[in-house]
Design a protein around this ligand. Structure first.
Ligand code: SF4
Length: 352
């Protein structure tokens, strides 16, 4: 039977001191620097005394998780499958854009309880929340394997604001000047619209960018697609976003997965424009990525074009997401590990 050891990746150096009970505090910073520059074993940490390396090997591991598989396509998209220390599997994605800017798309939960009907992860149900260290380790694994990464998006598996404490801890780790020192402007957190979590984020987290999966501004359609709407109404969501921007929050990205014959009409676009009045937003139009288990169809190009034109006519700035990673099931809404089964908890209940 394998022994689960305390892992040190994802811990700030002040916590490494305590976890490893180090008498020489500066050793913690050395360990931190080795881990964040790509070391995956204590043997690589050659400026540590040999005895300390042996002690660390006996009592600790560098990572709590391991990369089981990686897959890439010619879109410059890489997907990695990570095994957590309890055997659960999660996925993370590395995207490289035309300017060679690299973005890590990381998961905040194994599975997801929110039950959005267009999303493969939603079909898994919630397995468990990830710890802050498990969230950060995804970034460290991708950087160790593929080199520097400038941006981070919380858009992988799970709803970040259903795991607020650990997510905020991980945001602090990413942005801490004594930690990874990534600018908050380069980090985006995406939520399905959990209003309580948005308020907590505004009050307690570094000023990262916020994206909201809006999908539809029609209450009936949105409730059908995103059951979270039953407990976090469109009105409440608008109020939370208004307060978020009043307290200094920057422009919000509204993500709209557009699905054939469900929310792809000019009327749907007009409702989104109306709902957005008074907010500073950019709408990210994402033609829905097909998944064999889900009975929706991708929209026709001319419908998406008309949808975008309607938003632009109403002076709503838009971006159209390039359909990357589809061959890997790594595109938006497609992340899911196939060897899991979990009971879907009621997604209409507010998470604690
Ligand atoms: S879209 Fe996001 S919140 Fe909804 S089920 Fe998928 S992972 Fe969860």
């Amino acid at each position: 039977m394998s022994v689960k050891r305390t892992s040190l990746a994802g811990l700030p150096s002040c916590e490494i001191v305590m976890a490893a009970d180090l008498r020489e505090k500066y050793r913690a910073r050395q360990i931190f620097d080795w881990i964040t520059s790509g070391a995956s074993s204590f043997d690589e940490m050659t400026n540590l005394p040999l005895q300390l390396r042996e002690d660390l090997k006996a009592g600790f591991s560098v990572y709590s998780s391991s990369v089981k598989e990686s897959d890439s396509d010619d879109d410059n998209t890489v997907k990695i499958l990570i095994e957590l220390n309890d055997g659960r599997l999660i996925e993370s994605v590395l995207l490289t854009d035309e300017r060679n800017r690299r973005t890590a798309c990381i998961s905040s939960q194994a599975g997801c309880a929110m039950g959005c009907t267009f999303c493969r992860t939603g079909m898994m149900g919630l397995l468990r929340n990830l710890s802050s260290a498990e969230i950060v380790e995804q970034y460290l694994h991708l950087r160790r394997l593929y080199g520097d990464i400038s941006n981070v998006v919380y858009m992988g598996m799970g709803e970040p604001l259903a795991n607020t404490d650990e997510v905020i801890k991980s945001l602090n780790f990413f942005t801490d000047p004594a930690g990874l020192n990534i600018s908050a402007r380069r980090i985006t957190l995406s939520t399905c619209g959990m209003t309580k979590g948005i308020r907590v984020l505004a009050a307690e987290a570094p000023p990262v960018r916020l994206a909201v999966s809006l999908v539809s501004a029609d209450p009936d359609i949105r409730t059908r697609l995103m059951p979270v709407t039953k407990t976090n109404s469109l009105d409440d969501l608008k109020a939370a976003l208004t307060d978020y921007q009043r307290s200094g929050g920057k422009r919000i990205t509204l993500e709209c997965a557009v699905i054939k014959d469900i929310n792809d009409s000019v009327h749907d676009a007009a409702l989104i424009a109306q709902w957005s009045e008074g907010l500073s937003v950019i709408v990210n139009v994402i033609p829905w990525n097909p998944a064999s288990e889900i009975d929706f169809e991708e929209p026709e190009q001319n419908r998406v074009d008309a949808f975008c034109r309607e938003l632009e006519k109403r002076k709503i700035p838009i971006t159209r997401r390039y359909r990357r990673g589809r061959g890997l099931n790594a595109a938006c809404g497609q992340l899911a590990t196939d060897n899991v089964s979990a009971s879907l908890i009621d997604p209409t209940q507010e998470q604690p």
